[in-house]
Ligand binder design. Structure first.
Ligand code: FE2
Ligand code: FE2
Length: 143
């Protein structure tokens, strides 16, 4: 397998981490509000970091390389999700109950576009040195 489809594999791994945290948060909400707050803030950090990696290590380069026109839409969805996350954080600040159904509804289709269309296209259409460049940026930012 080696470096085959490495961009897709790295990013799916990151999506899975977010998914696991999201599922954990969903379980905790309602049972232990104090713990849910902590769990939410960890999830928020993870998602913000993930978007930063996508935008700085991947999206920034494929405009030129791949003529893929779905990027503005993906970035809009990132911004929408960041806004939802900020609103949820404000809820914690004002001691209101958290609800994550809106966030979940956007994350799922967004993730699918990246995993099924965007990342496999990068893995098959970019040349080896371009892929290496992106993979190294991802790995550096993921640390
Ligand atoms: Fe994304
Ligand atoms: Fe993503």
């Amino acid at each position: 397998m080696g470096n085959d489809h490495l961009i897709t594999r790295l990013m799916i791994k990151s999506h899975q981490e977010i998914d696991q945290r999201l599922a954990l948060l969903e379980k905790i909400i309602g049972r232990d509000p104090g713990l849910a707050d902590k769990s939410f803030l960890e999830l928020k950090n993870l998602i913000e970091k993930h978007f930063l990696i996508e935008e700085k290590a991947i999206f920034a380069f494929i405009k030129k390389l791949n003529q893929y026109d779905g990027i503005p839409n993906l970035v809009n969805q990132h911004n929408l999700m960041l806004e939802i996350l900020n609103n949820l954080e404000n809820k914690i600040f004002s001691n209101q109950k958290l609800g994550i159904s809106k966030l979940k509804a956007i994350i799922k289709p967004h993730r699918k576009i990246e995993e099924v269309i965007l990342y496999p296209r990068l893995d098959t259409e970019l040349d080896e040195s371009q892929k290496k460049f992106i993979v190294e940026k991802i790995k550096k930012m993921i640390k």
